[in-house]
Write a protein that binds this ligand. Sequence first.
Ligand code: UGA
Length: 451
Amino acid sequence: MTFIGVGYLGATYAICYAELGYEVLAVDVDPKRVEDLSAGQMPFHEPGLDELLKRNLAAGRLRFTTSYQEAADFGDVHFICVGTPQRSDGMGADLRYVESAIAPLAPHLTRKALIVGKSTVPVGTAEWVEHLVEKYADPSLGIEVAWSPEFLQEGYAADDVMRPNRIVWAAKTEWATAMLHAAHKGVFDLASTEDREVPVVATDFATAELVKVAANAFLATKISFINAMAEVCEVAGGDVTHLARALGFDPRIGNRFLQSGVGFGGGCLPKDIRAFQARAQELGAGEALRFLHEVDLINLRRRAKVVQLSAELLGRRPGPAGPDLSGARIAVLGATFKSNTDDVRDSPALAVAGMLAEAGADVHVYDPQGADNARRVHPELAYDKSLAEAVTDAELVCVLTDWAEFRNADPVTLGELVRQRKIIDGKNCLDGTAWAAAGWTYRGLGRPAVG
Ligand code: UGA
């Protein structure tokens, strides 16, 4: 099998499917990426993948190439894993990379093969890919298209791929379904050795495409729901962490993705809820997804709230252009969009760091993995090499990614380094009482003031 595109999705799948025993060839147009991966170097930080990459390269089951000709010769199943970012001119998804994966692959195919879409796409894309295949491939070969969305979370990517909680696919013929079964046999076999079952939802193209964006829309809504409750707690004097805990015991609600804080970010949730709205609007169902606009707004308001709280704690009055934080030294702990990744795409932490700097603050950022990526987006910020360095002389500390290193930080030790013991817990991941006991003024989001 081949994987076209070795971004987060394609690289993870290629490595994990080699680990499951398949012969894998992964293709990308970026020669540097291909060279690095071929040499056993991961282009991003993802727990566990480093070792799996090296092991499967050594076993000879995994190769990387820039040649579509080689991919066409090699594969019977080709997984499309290219990115579908937000369009620069609107909210919709940019599908140019999907076309630029099919266009060079299809003409080189010389036998019947299955092309399986994995990328997150607007509903209707699978049909369009069928037309692209008709246009670019030899029609006598009977190349088929199937769709099978993925649900991997960064930080747990290897496990999510090898031990998925469900597989969704859409295929139009028995041949394509049999090919999909064979291409997932490794996943089913691993599950049976671990006494698990992986449910398969076999459906049509439109539903398979929709499942993915609907899942991300639901997760984003759940997070914005609890963050909306945080806003209400702030004015009513409640504690959103207790509220969430109490809600979560109801199994109909559940406690996962009910973690309040600075909101969701990353390369998926924010762009997917926007693309979903744009597509629904095109199809005439815009009203059905209007609530996702509100989900987006609630999410973005949390970032502004951290800036507002910072001004309050530093005793700066908001002016007509927002607060003036000039000269205030602020330590921002966390730059990535969540812990256990080096991904800073649409990161709430980095966005807030940028907003604080924009308001005049002297911002010192520390992130255990994300500094290099963050520097490329916000070169104007200072990036420190350690937590201790970042907080030294700080008048305010903002924890904006819940890395274990921050959750486990000792308030007494840190208290000796800072100029003022003031902390904003943008992930509600610290024990406010313990920090207050060490002399800190603690502010969570949607929680009463402590200290
Ligand atoms: C998300 C989905 O969870 C995956 O199922 C999906 O496959 C993936 O997008 C994708 O479309 O490829 P990911 O972007 O890796 O995965 O990140 P999540 O773990 O979903 O976290 C998203 C954001 O929500 C992070 O900024 C995180 O800090 C935030 N979050 C998460 C909260 O603020 N509260 C929570 O309770 C959970």
